[in-house]
Ligand binder design. Structure first.
Ligand SMILES: Nc1ncnc2c1ncn2[C@@H]1O[C@H](COP(=O)(O)OP(=O)(O)OP(=O)(O)O)[C@@H](O)[C@H]1O
Length: 326
């Protein structure tokens, strides 16, 4: 794989020659188990790298290596061209690599602004007069969220009252504020309905447009395709495809996720036994749909059709029952 990125990103932003993060033929063994083998990927500033794979494909292992939780056992991991082996997530964070996990580490009863600054609280005054700079934190949280297009009615409201999608977005805005260069998003849309997924996809584009490199982990090609610049498909710890956006259609990506070669073999066999073209097509569509089952699918139009400032209000339309708490 070529180590330099010369193309323009989907946002049209100039892309750094040096990828921010790159894996070259990375391998991870847990004892005798090979969780990841010969996996390569790269992400530059202003790009979205999507990693797709079903359960057990090795997505979490990949995140753990990049985020500094585990070390690769072979191959190379480079940050801005420099080979690294992180000993802790703190080391990765110090290099600007932030991870937003699916089960966000938030304190649900604390206000949005407290969660925004959790672990990095701003203080003012000295010695015995030292206290939290509440005004600054509220103002900053409000502004940073607005800059990302998140217009919350009140940053004083407990974060637990926000929808799942909004909580993801606060986590993304927080990582951007604290200087992340690379954002790893661990299945941010997996537990969300269609509209909420569209909102999160919209913020992924925002982060990309602000020059971050985004690694978007998902098992839903319908979520990956509208925002991704390139796609890595994992299966049982190995790459089964690495594609630039220009080199693959949504249908092809979905087909690969659905089993690709196996699916084509099945179609071939069905045709051989005289199954009608319509029936073959229906069976193929059903199998492909099943590959994205269990998550709220969002069409390309729906995903990118969410206009900044016009975010769906789930409390009103009741799209995500569990989210309509405001
Ligand atoms: N600590 C570990 N020790 C041994 N085997 C592991 C360990 N972590 C992961 N594995 C194995 O590595 C393989 C890849 O797991 P991984 O969790 O990375 O997949 P995944 O794509 O994230 O799946 P899921 O979506 O279900 O979380 C699996 O076969 C898993 O059992």
């Amino acid at each position: 794989m070529n180590a330099t990125v010369t193309a323009e990103s989907a946002s049209g932003a100039a892309v750094l020659e040096q990828p921010l993060v790159e894996l070259r033929d990375a391998e991870k063994r847990y004892g005798n188990i090979i969780a990841l083998r010969d996996v390569s990927l790269k992400v530059g500033a202003g790009e979205v790298m999507c990693v797709l794979g079903d359960n057990g494909a090795g997505k979490s292992t990949l995140i753990k290596i990049i985020a500094g939780l585990h070390q690769h056992t072979a191959g190379e991991y480079l940050v801005e061209g420099e080979p690294v082996k992180f000993n802790s997530p703190r080391e990765a964070l110090n290099r600007g690599i932030a991870t937003v996990y699916q089960d966000l580490a938030v304190a649900p009863l604390m206000p949005v602004w407290r969660n925004f600054f959790l672990g990095s609280e701003q203080t003012k005054g000295w010695g015995p007069f030292k206290r939290l700079d509440v005004d600054f934190m509220k103002r900053t949280a409000k502004k940073e969220l607005l800059d990302m297009g998140i217009d919350l009615r009140d940053v004083d409201q407990p974060i637990g009252t926000l929808s799942g999608g909004e909580r993801q977005c606060v986590a993304i805005a927080r990582a951007v504020y604290f200087g992340a260069k690379v954002l790893i998003l661990d299945e941010p849309t997996a537990a969300l309905g269609v509209k909420q997924s569209g909102v999160v996809l919209r913020y992924i584009i925002q982060a990309r447009d602000r020059g971050l490199g985004v690694i978007f982990i998902t098992h839903n090609p319908h979520h990956a395709y509208p925002v991704g610049d390139r796609f890595l498909l994992l299966k049982r710890g190995q790459s089964i495809g690495y594609h630039e956006k220009s080199g693959i259609t949504l249908e092809e990506l979905t087909g690969l996720m659905a089993g690709g070669a196996e699916l084509e073999q099945l179609v071939h066999e069905l045709r051989n036994v005289g199954t009608s073209t319509d029936t073959v097509r229906t069976i193929r569509d059903e199998i492909q749909d099943d590959s994205a089952a269990g998550v709220g699918r969002v069409s390309v139009t729906e995903a990118v059709g969410v206009i900044p400032g016009e975010y769906p209000d789930d409390a009103e339309d009741g799209d995500d029952a569990e989210d309509g708490r405001r």
